[in-house]
Design a protein around this ligand. Structure first.
Ligand code: FDA
Length: 512
């Protein structure tokens, strides 16, 4: 199978690099094409026989390979999709639903994953293709008292995560992953490698929280590492509705964002079977505390006594072990698994997000549990903000949701049955509950988290026809008042819209 368009691209790359060897390029002719493409696809909804496939996948071994990929794609008018960890909810890092069906190339950064730690400065340079798990692992090897405040799932890629914000168990103490970026290397539309100084503060602002894929290829990030104590404490307590789960959730809404910055308690609701064998909902309070168990119990007893937390419910462990705990690895599993980049499971999934500014009235919680129970595997993950998030200005980086946002809701469902009917049923349930939740969540805009990408919020028309006002539909939801600045930055750094995808930031060029 030979594709003239892919051949042309390959020739351009080898000429450009003055190389005969192109082992980092996979066209459909190549036997490894499918396995490379599928390697980091987590959402099987975008790994079907009808999913649009790239004409080539490039896995650069050096920055010059990235530069050539950009220049050759531009020469032939091919689009590119940038992939780091491949966890994008809508698969925009490796497929394209462009209505013109323009050919596209996947630039997969998995080979660019070096991590260099400077423990005298408590900083690290990390390449985008590293996973969070690798970053956490190597930071913990440097010192037991160093950590990094990123997301919970260790196979998420650094590239996408830092581009969109990134929150996890240390959010309330140290902010988002993107709040802790102090420099970056980006390769722009002209193939130039820029650092913070040469890219300028506006672009550096945009790549922290403005979502990936719009401004260039960020190849590496310099991050601040943060202090973690020798031991942290964790617990996970579940209460069904019959055990008072709803009242506890109601209370959590008032205190989750106000607790000590060292304490993160998230609430996860899912379907369960109660003692009578009936289907019900359970609320799981899943927590990490940057301190020992005695202090944790003290904090919880003062602020959330209704939970009835006891010493036996809690465990002390190192921060790096807590990463495995939150990833539901079996007790005693070696932390070496964090270096294992292979996602533990692939499944069909769908997600949406909201933010809550006022506690949902207690009497309406029953409705929410009822809506959840209409579906097979309904999961809501509620993660508190507050703490340092209240102190960071909403224009400090492109992620806008700070003071006044109590918690984020992630609606999530995963399934294994590949049939279209099954997908449609689940997707329509999620649209329904999202609609039903309207009165309880933020308005004007109805805020959403770009890292839980949701194409229902809207899509660009095509690369040649993007409209700023159309894009406001989702742009304002993800970025609120920061959206306009993002579009202006895009207008300066990529006015011809080369870095395009379904929800890329459209270039806004004004004469003012
Ligand atoms: P992927 O490679 O798919 O990229 C995502 C987006 O960024 C795409 O638009 C892509 O083009 C762009 N991009 C990627 N690398 C880039 C680069 N180097 N330069 C420019 N653009 C780039 N989030 C969170 O905050 N906390 C959490 O705990 C979790 N947990 C979680 C669990 C699971 C199972 C999933 C599937 C997802 C999460 N997430 C999350 C969401 C996650 O942060 C989000 O999907 C990230 O964008 C994924 O980054 P990847 O690099 O893996 O994605």
């Amino acid at each position: 199978y030979s594709d003239p368009m892919a051949d042309k691209f390959l020739q351009c790359l080898t000429q450009n690099l003055n190389a005969t060897d192109s082992e980092f390029v996979f066209t459909k002719e190549n036997i490894q094409y499918s396995s490379v493409l599928e390697s980091t696809i987590i959402n099987l909804r975008y790994a079907t026989s009808t999913t649009p496939k790239p004409l080539a996948i490039v896995t650069p071994l050096s920055y010059s390979h990235v530069q050539s990929t950009i220049l050759c794609s531009k020469t032939f008018g091919y689009q590119i999709r940038i992939r780091s960890g491949g966890h994008d909810y809508a698969g925009v890092s490796y497929t394209s639903y462009d209505k013109d069906q323009s050919p596209f190339v996947v630039l997969d950064l998995k080979e660019l994953r070096s991590i260099t730690i400077d423990s005298s400065q408590n900083t690290a340079w990390v390449e985008s293709g590293a996973t969070l798990g690798e970053l956490y692992y190597w930071v913990s090897q440097e010192s037991q008292n160093l950590g990094f405040p990123g997301g919970i799932c260790p196979t998420v890629g650094v590239g996408g995560q830092l581009s969109g914000g990134g929150f996890g168990t240390m959010l309330r103490k140290y902010g988002l992953a993107a709040d802790n970026v102090i420099d970056a290397r980006i390769i722009d539309v002209n193939g130039k490698i820029l650092d913070r100084k040469s890219m300028g503060e506006d672009l550096f602002w945009a790549i922290r929280g403005g979502g990936g894929g719009s401004f260039g290829v960020v190849v590496a990030w310099k991050v601040n590492l943060v202090y973690v104590p020798d031991k942290v404490s964790v617990f996970s307590l579940s209460r069904t509705l019959e055990q008072g789960g709803s009242d506890l959730f109601d209370k959590w809404q008032y205190i989750g964002h106000k607790l000590s910055q060292d304490l993160f308690i998230r609430a996860i609701t899912q379907a369960a079977i109660n003692e009578d064998g009936n289907r019900t909902m359970e609320v799981i309070f899943n927590s990490m505390f940057l301190g020992n168990v005695d202090k944790l119990i003290e904090e919880v007893t003062i602020n959330f006594p209704e939970l009835g937390l006891e010493v036996n419910d809690c465990s002390e462990m190192s921060w790096i072990e807590s990463i495995l705990y939150f990833n539901n690895n079996p007790k005693g599993e070696s932390i070496d698994i964090l270096r294992d980049r292979i996602p533990e499971a692939k499944f069909y999934y769908n997600g949406k997000s909201d933010y809550v500014k006022e506690p949902i009235p207690k009497e309406r919680l029953e409705d929410i549990w009822k809506w959840c129970l209409e579906e097979d595997n309904p999961i809501l993950i509620m993660e508190p903000h507050g703490g340092i998030m209240d102190e960071i200005d909403e224009t400090s980086i492109a992620y806008p949701y700070r003071k006044g946002y109590l918690y984020n809701i992630q609606y999530f469902e995963k399934w294994e049955d590949e049939s279209i009917e099954s997908s449609e049923k689940r997707i329509s349930w999620m649209r329904r509950i999202y609609e039903n939740m309207t009165p309880f969540v933020s308005k004007n805009p109805r805020a959403a988290y770009v890292n839980y990408r949701d194409l229902d919020l809207g899509e660009n028309d095509s690369a040649d026809n993007t409209s700023y006002s159309e894009a406001m539909k989702w742009g304002n939801k993800y970025f609120n008042n920061n959206f306009r600045k993002l579009a202006l930055v895009k207008g300066v750094v990529d006015p011809n819209n080369f870095f395009y995808f379904e929800q890329s930031i459209p270039p806004l060029i004004t004469s003012e």
